[in-house]
Design a protein around this ligand. Sequence first.
Ligand SMILES: [Zn+2]
Length: 506
Amino acid sequence: MSNNPASAILIRGADVLTMTAGEKVTPRRADILIEAGRITGLGEDLTAPDGTQTVEAAGRVVMPGLVNAHLHSSEMFLRGRYQRMPLESWLCWSYPFLGSGPPDLEMLRLRSLLVAIESLRSGVTMISDDFFDPPTHDLERLGTVFRAYDEAGIRANVSSGLMNLPYLDTLAHAREVFPVEIQAQLDFPLTGAAEYAEYCSEVFRTLHGSGDGRLRYMLAPSGPQRCSIELMQACRDLARQWQVPYHTHVLETRSQAVTAEILFGGSIVRFMSEHGLLGPEVLMAHAVWVNDNDIEMMGEAGVSVSWNALANLKLGSGLAPVRRLLDAGVNLSLGTDGASSNDTMRLFDVIRVAGLVSTATCQGPDFGLTSDEVLKAATTGGAKAAMLEKTTGSLEVGKQADLVILDPSRGTAFTPLSDVASQLVYCENGSAVESVMIDGRFVIRDGCFTDLDEDAILAEIRDRMPAFLRQHRQVEAQNAFLVPLFNEVIRRCDAVPLPFERRLPT
Ligand SMILES: [Zn+2]
């Protein structure tokens, strides 16, 4: 998207939730002046320079755009396909080991646009897309994703995720369960640390910072148990050099916690600490099965966690100890995860579930998260996790104008109105989103995309889906024999006692 933001816009008379640190999340009547994409004034009765476009917003709620801290666009065409599967078995079909050809460039573009459209429609202005595109890392393919997000006008951190250890070595009991001849089929040649670092450097030189700076590259080694230490450290060095997130999956499932006992003496987080892999640039996806010492180390290091509560529920992974993570000083953000484990990009769904299930993650007087805490996780927490806390996440002078205008009379979530913050968490689902602005440009205005031809894009996706799904069903059939093997691995892991549990007791 190359056209420049409007020179000046005044949003007048709105009920504004600024999400400013230390302030209660409550609306106050204010005008917002936006010049050259940036908020330059916020207060009552602002005067605007000549030529300013005025947007009358009386009766509207204006809040910062939501930040989705963890998703995989790779899963976007697989929504609605899988249920009642734990992660390790679900991976066989969502990220097939055998017979899967990467989608062509137009499918990549459409898939990314679908992520962006659904995100924007539900008030998300910033996404962290852990793009996974095995077997290669390819500038043209990654560039197609960047260009699609540019076309949509969204803000995004995008990775080119990878693992570089044989998968069966990254999961306890896998080698003893899988017959040797099948093991041979799953042991692929893997990318070396130096080769990957060279590719990333090329991405930083070419794609990073495109879309007028909205689109950034981030490092995303899949998980400490799935990557060599050389790769993890090379990614850390690049993340620190370029000041971008170091995004990695940590202890999503019970089987991973059992694996951690064997590979890391019980603590992946301590392993990360001992190898210099903890710091404020670290964004951990999930962190469900972290122990007390892990939580303490994570808080001291100032890491961020993307809590993907809905995906964790769907895959039966368990509930992250979010109250304790927050209390320890961890920066909490929220993510949808991919559309094969959720199955939408609507962060409002995650917000509601996060508020509800947080009560089940703690006991006694340590109750769940407040509405304010949940909304901050979805805005300022996400911005910090994206290392963009000076750019987005709250409405403050000096920040880019990434905001959502909600019309409380759209839908029924705010009728009757009791408390805006609480109803954003427990009632709203995105239906009240009227307009969405990013970098001072309306991407959605009065319910319609300003540039994208949404209907044409969705129609093209629907046209292409029968052929895609025909091919994907063949891939599923080809990989189906692996599912009972992974189920057996999970059964053996489940039989191993752990010092704590993160699943609800039966
Ligand atoms: Zn993930």
